[in-house]
Design a binder for this molecule. Structure first.
Ligand code: SIN
Length: 277
């Protein structure tokens, strides 16, 4: 395996691997180490079906079933099809976010496989949140140490979000949908590396514990703008068969909605995670 870092703080391409056929225990350990080092790792020219995709993900942990995509477009609840059709005006993950952080135990990571990839556009950006935390002043780090923030899915699912009118990947928005909210530390410690990481994001985080959303907004706005400064980021250009595997605890990501009239189809499998501490 050859590791080619994509940028200073975030992302690396892992070359010389066929995930479908040569995923030995030793290789799984090497990929995990690279993920811990770079926050997101990328593979090229991977070709496999749904079941193999899930089997690869299971080598890194039990699969996570996304509560808001259940029954909305994939017969298999363990798979989310991230689909953009030419008429769509919005895409999944258009804001800087970690996935599904309204859950008490958000996913540890996700494997996104490029199936139908546009000739231009549709890149994905990533930002390493340990690098973002490290760059804060000691005073700001001390202030954040004991803060917790509310994460809710009301902006990305349910009837108020308006998501389904704008895009082909549908979320649950019926009368039976209920908001999920969780309180998470603003700075979490990575369970494998021990690094401290910022843990707020624009899709889910709405305010600090025991404060109003208006009171929380100035500091939240600062933290979010800080979290994706260019020096913490990398940008991945997809080709058919490319696969991104991100650590959802350590990174934020954003899907760039710039493919114009082109179609984009990705298959995503998520891995279960633990409660942030
Ligand atoms: C996501 O947020 O999981 C989608 C990322 C992408 O489609 O590039």
């Amino acid at each position: 395996m050859h590791i080619i870092p994509l940028a200073g703080a975030c992302g690396a391409e892992l070359l010389g691997i066929n995930l479908a056929t040569n995923l030995t225990d030793a290789l799984v350990a090497e990929i995990r180490a690279a993920l811990n080092r770079h926050g997101v790792v990328f593979f090229r020219d991977q070709s496999f079906d749904d079941e193999t995709h899930k089997a690869i993900a299971r080598r890194f942990g039990p699969l996570f079933i996304h509560p808001n995509f259940r029954g909305t477009g994939s017969a298999d609840p363990e798979i989310v099809w991230v689909r953009r059709e030419p008429h769509d005006t919005s895409v999944v993950g258009e804001q800087w976010h970690a996935d599904t952080t309204m859950c008490a135990a958000p996913p540890m990571g996700a494997l996104l496989h490029g199936i139908d990839v546009p000739a231009t556009g549709g890149d994905t950006l990533f930002a390493h949140q340990a690098a973002a935390y490290d760059a804060l002043s000691p005073g700001m780090q001390r202030m954040l140490a004991n803060l917790r923030a509310w994460h809710t899915d009301r902006m990305v699912a349910g009837p108020q979000s308006g998501m389904n009118a704008k895009r082909s990947t549908k979320v649950r928005d019926g009368a039976d949908w209920v908001e999920t909210r969780s309180l998470h530390p603003v700075v979490r410690t990575h369970p494998e590396t021990g690094r401290k990481m910022l843990f707020v994001n624009a899709s889910y985080t709405v305010g600090f514990e025991d404060m109003t959303e208006a009171e929380s907004k100035p500091l939240l706005d600062f933290l979010m703008a800080h979290s994706y400064r260019p020096e913490f980021t990398c940008r991945f250009r997809w080709a058919p068969g490319s696969l991104a595997f991100w650590d959802n605890r350590a990174t934020l990501h954003l899907a760039v909605n710039d493919t114009g009239p082109q179609r984009r189809l990705m298959r995503r499998v998520q891995i279960s995670g633990d409660t942030p501490v």
